[in-house]
Ligand binder design. Structure first.
Ligand code: SF4
Length: 457
């Protein structure tokens, strides 16, 4: 399967790519399937069931709201995030849904949107089923989907078998592993960004790739701006205060003279701003997940605001390089906290950002791979234990720490010559195996770690 940079960097809605974006897409796929089969007008009842991690932490992650909006035809990339609370409240108050905005049915949330806290489906921790019936009780459709991380949805009933995407477009440089990727670079004398760009050109022109990636970058910048403007407490009941606004005011009032790490405070700020926006259900770029959405924007802000070499071309190369590493992580590891813990989310984002930064600071292909390897290696074993099932504690700070780690990983790689003992592929394999050994309570179920030891008030 060919994965594009635009699959890994998709514009979505917080707080979670796997628990919000994925369920919204799955619900939409289900009702679009009914419409394609010409059965939408016959539907009198729809029932959605969420299993595993989705069932356990879905309320905190907004999965319930995402399903309602997806059934009404909304897409994560263009749903108006400011109107979501009112839309959902209106559905609940009326007890009615407008499927794809066109077909009105009664909807009883207690019966028709079921969160199974202790039941799972076989293929992945984030399973969902959707069913629809006529007024006389005849079943019109029944489908099973899995939200496998980063907003990707796997359709168990696909005619091609359970696949994430049917995109089998041949690309000039097919790769699954870092070794494949480096071999292409070596054989054709290309950078990682050039290899990734050559693949992207099977879907879009070079101008479209450039403008699309700069558009993604603009959404990241808008997200940071909004995060720095908004004050108050994050939704969900933990009463976590937003910190980015006050930190921004403080940093803007200082000149940083005499503090060599002043810039790092800005990097933390950028990440906090994105992840506070994400936690409040705002517009974010999934990079490669929502939980870890702050790291790539924070490191890109560091590049563009503090390094004199920064250019728009550099931003494009950064994102292409990060995406290539993301493809390898997704194809051979995992970017899903529910599957392998936070090492797959924040660890992956750190590796991608470290690689992107190293590339645009003139690193060789070997140094880029080394930076990604350092970024991931030092997140191995990291569990996912969101307090209250909300993407707030530890997620928001973890992105700030992951961002500074990415810069450190890049600097370490750039100070070396690219030779190192542990190859990125080995670290990804280790992440996958560590994730398989990890107890379920540490994989986005909010039943272990901090989630257990921090009392919700
Ligand atoms: S702990 Fe990590 S993996 Fe879990 S929800 Fe938070 S950011 Fe995502």
């Amino acid at each position: 399967m060919a994965v594009s940079a635009f699959d890994l960097f998709s514009i979505g809605i917080g707080p979670s790519s796997s628990h919000t974006v994925g369920p919204m897409r799955a619900a939409l796929m289900f009702v679009e399937g009914l419409r394609a089969a010409g059965r939408l007008d016959e539907v009198a009842r729809v029932r959605a069931e969420l299993f595993g991690s989705l069932g356990a932490t879905g309320h905190g992650h907004g999965s319930d709201k995402a399903v309602l909006l997806g059934l009404e035809g909304e897409r994560p990339e263009d749903v108006d995030t400011d109107t979501v609370p009112d839309r959902v409240a209106a559905i609940r108050a009326a007890g009615r849904l407008r499927l794809l905005g066109a077909h009105d049915i009664a909807f009883t949330e207690d019966d028709d949107l079921v969160m199974h806290r202790r039941k799972s489906l076989p293929l992945h921790p984030n399973g969902m089923t959707f069913a629809a019936w006529t007024a006389s009780g005849d079943e019109l459709a029944h489908r099973t989907y899995y939200s496998v991380g980063g907003g990707f949805v796997l359709d168990e009933n696909s005619t091609d078998g359970p696949v994430i995407s049917a995109d089998t477009t041949p690309v000039p440089y097919p790769f699954r592993t870092a070794a494949d990727l480096l071999r292409h670079c070596e054989d054709d004398g290309k950078t990682i960004a050039e290899v990734m760009l050559a693949n992207e050109l099977v879907w879009r022109t070079q101008a479209e790739v450039r403008s699309g990636l700069l558009g993604i970058w603009q959404v990241m910048q808008d997200c940071v701006t909004r995060g720095c403007e908004r004050e108050g407490v994050l939704p969900g009941g933990l009463k976590v205060p937003r910190r980015a606004h006050a930190l921004h005011a403080k940093l803007a009032a200082e000149d940083g003279a005499g503090d060599p790490l002043y810039v790092m405070d800005w990097v933390s700020l950028y990440a906090l701003a994105v992840n506070e926006e994400n936690a409040s259900g705002g517009r974010v770029v999934t990079a490669p997940t929502n939980g870890a959405a702050g790291i790539i924007p924070a490191v890109l802000h560091y590049y563009t605001r503090f390094l004199s070499v920064a250019t728009d071309d550099g931003v494009v190369d950064f994102l292409l390089t990060a995406a290539a590493i993301g493809v390898v992580l997704k194809e051979t590891g995992s970017i899903s906290g529910a599957e392998v813990g936070c090492q797959g989310e924040v660890g992956s984002a750190c590796a991608m950002a470290a690689a992107g930064l190293t590339a645009v600071l003139g690193g060789t292909v070997a140094q880029v791979e080394n930076a990604a390897e350092i970024g991931l290696e030092h997140h191995l074993g990291l569990t996912c234990d969101p307090v209250g099932g909300l993407v707030q504690i530890p997620c928001i700070e973890r992105n700030a720490v992951g961002s500074t780690k990415a810069i450190n990983a890049s600097r370490m790689a750039l100070r070396g010559d690219g030779t190192h003992v542990v190859h990125l592929d080995k670290v990804i394999k280790t992440m996958r195996e560590t994730g398989a050994d990890m107890h379920t309570k540490y994989k986005e179920t909010a039943r272990g770690g901090l989630a257990l030891n921090v009392i919700e008030c």
